[in-house]
Design a protein around this ligand. Structure first.
Ligand SMILES: *Cc1c(COP(=O)(O)O)cnc(C)c1O
Length: 404
């Protein structure tokens, strides 16, 4: 039992208390199943918060990591490297992007996107053009700049003074954007589906409307696809579901399939503002991340996986609707692809955590997205039988909450 010399209790004793992790400690995973220290098996509908795009220990990813680990791990950005250049090529070949930048996380990707937007506006129009428009309830990460760009004041207010020049308007409300945008706006940043804010998709026409308003005011349109990108919605990126292209796209989560990596996609014209010395990161674009993400992209960017997301979405929605018929807990089931939000009805307001806690007792890993939404973000290739078994476990959890 040597691996049991640390336990969940150890967390409370020696870790900074900024997280409240589940009661069990996962030690091993395979596909969409995870085992804890006691050998108990769980079905994973959480996917490491939309990260484990190909499940746990996918053999091709293990091989890519292992192969690279034997060759070269890290050289810094004083040198370029083959895995990261190959990954950049894959992204340029399959998206609007002409230029790519890599970092280590979603917050860092948005930090780079926002800094680039400020720098681009300053270079082309002068320092007055620095205002950023973002949305109420949006989430863009936890650095001071990104937490301020995010539209959930509870995450930023205790860290004041905050960076200035950021305005929040209502999501899916073009009129409020129109009222706020001006020639001083350098960028609008938006999630195509608000993830942490409750799995709320952009209405048809909303993103297209933002594109028009940005063009009218020479502002850059930034899509935060940290949660929606790399296959999550059934397209390689969520912008592909709309008749619109951003100027900058940030990505992370699913890109590394569990290996930390983030990045931005942009055009050659916009990228030109980040000349040598203007921005950087020590680890960003390292060889291990490049090798793993290259393999993730190769596997995800295929009709088999992307179309698979669509039928799996149907399976989830059908199963969850059946559960809702029997227990009447959700007012709606929304989202895109394998980013699914179940909105609790008036009887269960504020109770999302009760459902995921009950799910844990039924050996199911699930997520919340705010106090009123139960969220599922499983592997993009979760087997059909794991969906069925996970939904059966979820139904038992629901029964437990409803009958409590
Ligand atoms: C998770 C998330 C982030 C932050 O990513 P980190 O890797 O945690 O820094 C930013 N934006 C969106 C939309 C996210 O879902």
């Amino acid at each position: 039992m040597s691996q049991n010399t640390v336990t969940r209790q150890t967390f409370d004793e020696i870790m900074v208390p900024n997280y409240a992790p589940s009661s069990f400690v996962p030690v091993r995973g395979s596909g969409s199943r995870v085992w804890d220290q006691e050998g108990k098996e769980y079905i994973d509908f959480a996917g490491g918060i939309a990260v484990n795009s190909l499940g746990h220990a996918h053999p091709a990813l293990v091989e890519a990591l292992h192969e690279q680990a034997q060759k070269l791990w890290h050289v810094s950005n004083g040198f370029t490297n083959e895995p990261i250049l190959k990954l950049a090529k894959q992204l340029v070949d399959s998206t609007f992007a002409e230029r790519v930048f890599f970092c280590n996380s979603g917050a860092e990707a948005n930090e780079a996107a926002l800094k680039l937007a400020r720098k681009y506006a300053r270079d082309h129009y002068g320092p007055e053009k620095h205002e950023i428009i973002s949305f109420v309830n949006s989430f863009h990460g936890r650095t001071l700049f990104t937490v301020t760009a995010g539209g959930q004041p509870k995450y930023s207010e205790d860290f004041a003074p905050l960076p200035g020049g950021i305005t929040h308007v209502n999501f899916n409300d073009l009129a409020s954007v129109k009222a706020a945008i001006s020639d001083k706006t350098c960028a609008v940043i938006v999630e195509p589906v608000q993830g942490e804010g409750g799995v709320l998709p952009a209405d048809p026409g909303f993103l297209e409307g933002l594109r028009m308003l940005c063009d009218q005011h020479n502002a850059l349109l930034i899509f935060d696809e940290v949660q929606t990108g790399v296959g999550r919605t059934g397209s390689l990126f969520a912008y592909m579901n709309h008749n619109v292209t951003p100027d900058i796209l940030s990505m992370a989560k699913a890109l590394g399939g569990g290996f930390p990596i983030g990045g931005i996609l942009t055009t050659a014209k916009v990228a030109a503002s980040l000349v040598p010395g203007t921005h950087g990161t020590t680890y960003g674009g390292n060889l291990l991340a490049g090798a793993v993400a290259g393999k993730v992209l190769e596997i995800v960017n295929t009709p088999e996986v992307l179309d698979g997301v669509k039928w799996r979405h149907q399976k989830f929605v059908e199963g969850l609707s059946d559960i809702n018929q029997r227990y009447n807990i959700f007012s709606s089931i929304r989202g895109s692809g394998l980013l699914i939000g179940c909105v609790l009805n008036a009887d269960y307001q504020g109770k999302a955590k009760a459902f995921t806690n009950a799910a844990e007792k039924e050996n199911l890993m699930a997520l919340i997205a705010g106090p009123n939404v139960v969220r599922f973000a499983p592997s993009l290739i979760i087997p059909e039988e794991d969906i069925a078994e996970g939904l059966a476990r979820f139904e038992r959890a629901v029964a437990h909450v409803v009958n409590a």
